[in-house]
Design a protein around this ligand. Structure first.
Ligand SMILES: [Zn+2]
Ligand SMILES: [Zn+2]
Length: 53
């Protein structure tokens, strides 16, 4: 089973709420936990390094 981690804080997302969306640049999947989503923390794409809100 694939382990998913939050792109922003690195938290393990297994068993917690999270959102997945495609990177605007390279369309690879980015995961973010509810906490970071709520706080509006920026994320960094692992593949292309894109930074977004
Ligand atoms: Zn997070
Ligand atoms: Zn990307």
């Amino acid at each position: 089973m694939e382990v998913k981690i939050c792109s922003t804080c690195g938290a393990n997302l297994l068993g917690t709420g999270y959102v997945m969306f495609p990177c605007p640049e390279c369309e690879s999947e980015i995961y973010r936990c509810f906490k970071c989503r709520k706080l509006g923390n920026s994320y960094v794409c692992e593949k292309c390094g894109f930074e977004g809100p």
